[in-house]
Design a protein around this ligand. Structure first.
Ligand code: SF4
Length: 401
């Protein structure tokens, strides 16, 4: 148990019904719990309460023990003069404000349903990436799917921010920013930093001058990779392609030599499948394909999918935002819905629990959920976690006047 659970209970009005009283015996009516404040200062701002015969609007501070008011030195901090109620789990100390007045105290523990605490402990004691796995049967699949759809949009916004930084780093050159994204996709997760370094080391003018000259671009890439290796050996935080085959770099060289579609072409494609066709056309109509061993394609479907999801769709969203074209932002989301789901460890975990992604928006949502909520154990901030903790309660507190 911790203060986060107290915040969750207060914020969602999950206290048992009855006659709540301050430590001095004044009756409390909660009209609004206020806005949760994750920053410095009291935990809830703008709460509305009736205490005894008086109506109050102000802050609510939560502490595990009443003594924490003094341990955290709130009695010396004028910010806490606005506190109208000190909600504690246990303890009986009075909370003195630094203006010499006293804030009322309310002990929460007797008013909390044991069900919430049991389920919270159960979630937190579960090891593994997905603490609610053992309770999967209690949650309807549609609840997970709605959560993944929201998560997919969150992840798109994160990717958009990253593309935005990359565009800034490239001086507003969309071709270069997309080139960076393409090269990073070749490195997948393990080598993306090394590939970033490689992409940055080749100016756009060199790339354009290499059109039609495989030997030329291959010499440049080979040289830069050697330089990168030296750079890595100098002790910086970048792992160069240990598992990275020469063939993959050759694929990249063939793509450069025989035509990477430019940003205008890529962003005006009507669907992600047209993007695939643009790359395929560029790579297969030229003689360079024979330079690559064991493949008939310069760009594997997996690399292309990573590029479209992580760079091109965020670029399209960014373009829409930059130019006040919401229809382009909608198109970015539609592309995610049109693309097939990714397959990775995260989607495998959910699939094992019989929750399947049917498109890339949902598989992206799964990755977001796992990284941002499940692994850091932020179950109290998650729609499924909130449902599990409250599913048998569903009774907003009701007090008799
Ligand atoms: S964050 Fe949500 S989905 Fe993830 S384990 Fe916790 S309750 Fe389950």
């Amino acid at each position: 148990m911790n203060e986060a659970v107290m915040h969750f209970i207060w914020n969602n009005r999950l206290l048992k019904t009855g006659v709540w009283q301050t430590q001095t015996g004044e009756r409390i009516w909660l009209e609004s719990p206020g806005q949760h404040n994750p920053d410095a200062g009291p935990d809830f701002l703008g709460a509305r309460l009736r205490i005894g015969n008086l109506r109050w609007t102000g802050a609510v501070e939560m502490s595990w023990h009443a003594m924490d008011w003094y341990r955290h030195r709130h009695q010396l901090d004028p910010t806490y003069n606005q506190v109208i109620l000190h909600v504690v789990w246990e303890g009986s100390q009075h909370a003195m404000r630094c203006d010499g007045t006293e804030a009322d105290t309310f002990v929460m523990k007797p008013w909390v349903d044991g069900y919430i605490l049991d389920h919270y402990s159960q979630l937190m004691s579960n090891s593994g990436d997905f603490p609610c796995a053992s309770q999967r049967g209690l949650v309807d699949r549609s609840r997970y799917l709605a959560m993944f759809d929201r998560g997919g949009l969150q992840r798109l916004l994160q990717h958009k921010q990253r593309f935005w930084r990359s565009l800034h780093q490239c001086g507003g050159d969309w071709d270069r920013a997309l080139w960076m994204g393409l090269v990073r996709s070749f490195g997948m997760n393990a080598n993306s930093a090394a590939m970033d370094h490689l992409a940055l080391s080749i100016p756009m003018s060199e790339i354009k001058a290499c059109r039609g000259h495989f030997d030329h671009i291959w010499a440049i890439i080979s040289d830069r990779v050697k330089t990168s290796t030296a750079w890595i050996h100098s002790g910086r935080s970048c792992t160069l392609p240990v598992s990275f085959t020469k063939n993959k770099l050759k694929q990249l060289a063939v793509l450069v030599a025989y035509g990477i579609p430019d940003a205008g072409e890529l962003l005006s494609a009507s669907t992600p499948f047209e993007v695939r066709a643009l790359f395929r056309k560029a790579a297969q109509t030229e003689p360079g394909v024979h330079l690559i061993e064991n493949t008939h394609d310069c760009l594997s479907p997996k690399i292309l999918q990573v590029f479209i999801i992580n760079s091109l769709i965020p670029a399209l969203f960014c373009y829409g935002e930059e130019n006040h074209l919401p229809q382009e932002q909608d198109r970015a989301v539609q592309w995610l819905e049109q693309l097939g789901p990714e397959k990775n460890r995260c989607t495998d975990i959910f699939a094992y629990l019989d929750v399947h992604a049917n498109n890339a928006l949902r598989s992206q949502g799964m990755i977001h959920q796992m990284n941002a909520f499940c692994r850091p154990r932020r179950c109290l901030e998650c729609a499924v976690g909130a449902f599990l903790l409250t599913r048998t309660l569903y009774k907003p507190y009701a007090q008799t006047a």
